[in-house]
Design a protein. Structure first.
Length: 339
């Protein structure tokens, strides 16, 4: 699964332009299950289980990543842009980016540090104060290379760090996509829908339409979630920690998770020596926020891999946590069907 995550993270697919990720996944699941692509771009796959009966269950992970969008070409050939998804602008100044539809590389630039006032040095960067430098000398030159509306991804290499950790852009949520691909490869005990959703980072849009179409009774959302287990963070503010296994959420800003499924997840983890933890802060959200209120309601649980530096070019996760998440989701597919 590690090589799959690496391959998926290398693809560029910000919210609303997930084409390369979608094509990769379609090729991977061809002949292994039934699937279709809906009008928004979600891939909805159906895998026949080894056993008959059971519940109508949907497992979901999103294909899109955070990034940038070109909004204007300045007279000097630099590009104004806006964020796609929730990005801390301080983590992108000075970073290389890739306008992937045009095969153009640029650098996110700002006012030179020696020109900053004392107040500017202390304050976070405003996105309006940043620009992308692609090396063009004028608007006319830049217009030959890029256009307003072009999608911009972080330029970031996948790296294996010490202690079994991995670092890359787009681990959120290509790790979840890799887990679902692995589960499809292995087969499932009961009939299962797998939704590879779009546009999670800009409002859970793909999950909303996927859940409406599938009409599941139950859903398992596979995600990455913010780990703050770093220097200067203590107690509940650490949220969750790398190396302590899959994260099972009881609540976030979009969802109150099904209590029976929450308890089931921890029970299955304990019975099968799968490391599990919960989030110690109510924060964030994921596709569950749209799925659990679809139509007449869907009983929903989220299983996440803890990830440091989320929504940056250098998301960092513990590979064993991703493996634990996959093992737990596999057990939940069976466990939910046998409730």
């Amino acid at each position: 699964m590690l090589e799959e995550i690496k391959a998926l993270c290398a693809l560029n697919g910000i919210s609303g332009n997930e084409d390369s990720v979608r094509e990769y996944i379609k090729k991977r699941i061809e002949g292994k299950c039934e699937y279709h692509t809906d009008a928004l771009g979600n891939i909805i796959a159906f895998c026949k289980g080894r056993k008959n009966g059971g519940k109508k269950l949907m497992v979901a992970a999103h294909m899109d990543e955070v990034g940038l969008l070109v909004t204007y070409i300045n007279e000097d050939g630099t590009l104004a842009f806006d964020a796609v998804g929730g990005i801390n602008t301080d983590v992108i100044a000075g970073r290389q980016v890739y306008i992937y539809e045009r095969n153009v590389t640029g650098v996110v630039s700002a006012k030179a540090v020696h020109h900053l006032s004392d107040s500017e040095r202390k304050a976070p960067f405003e996105i309006s104060s940043l620009y992308i430098d692609i090396g063009a000398k004028s608007r006319e030159e830049a217009e030959k290379l890029v256009s307003v509306g072009d999608c911009v991804a972080f330029k970031s290499e996948f790296e294996s760090l010490g202690g079994g950790r991995i670092c890359s852009k787009a681990l959120d949520d290509r790790a979840g996509c890799a887990i679902m691909l692995s589960l499809i490869d292995e087969g499932v005990e009961y009939d299962t829908y797998f939704a590879f959703s779009v546009e999670e980072e800009i409002g859970l849009r793909g999950a909303q339409t996927a859940a409406f179409a599938v009409e599941p009774e139950f859903a398992v959302v596979i995600e990455t979630t913010t780990a703050a287990d770093i220097s200067g963070s203590a107690g509940a503010k650490r949220v969750c920690e790398l190396g302590k296994g899959a994260v099972i959420s009881y609540r976030d800003r979009r969802t109150v998770y099904d209590r029976e499924l929450y308890d089931l997840a921890f029970s299955l983890g304990k019975q099968n020596d799968i490391a599990c933890q919960t989030k110690t802060l109510i924060a964030g959200g994921n596709d569950a926020g749209a799925i659990h209120i679809s139509k007449s309601g869907v009983r929903t649980i989220a299983v996440s891999a803890p990830c440091r530096y989320l929504h940056s070019p250098s998301c960092t996760a513990q590979y064993s946590d991703i493996e634990m998440s996959k093992a737990l989701v596999r057990l939940l597919i069976t466990g939910i069907n046998e409730l």
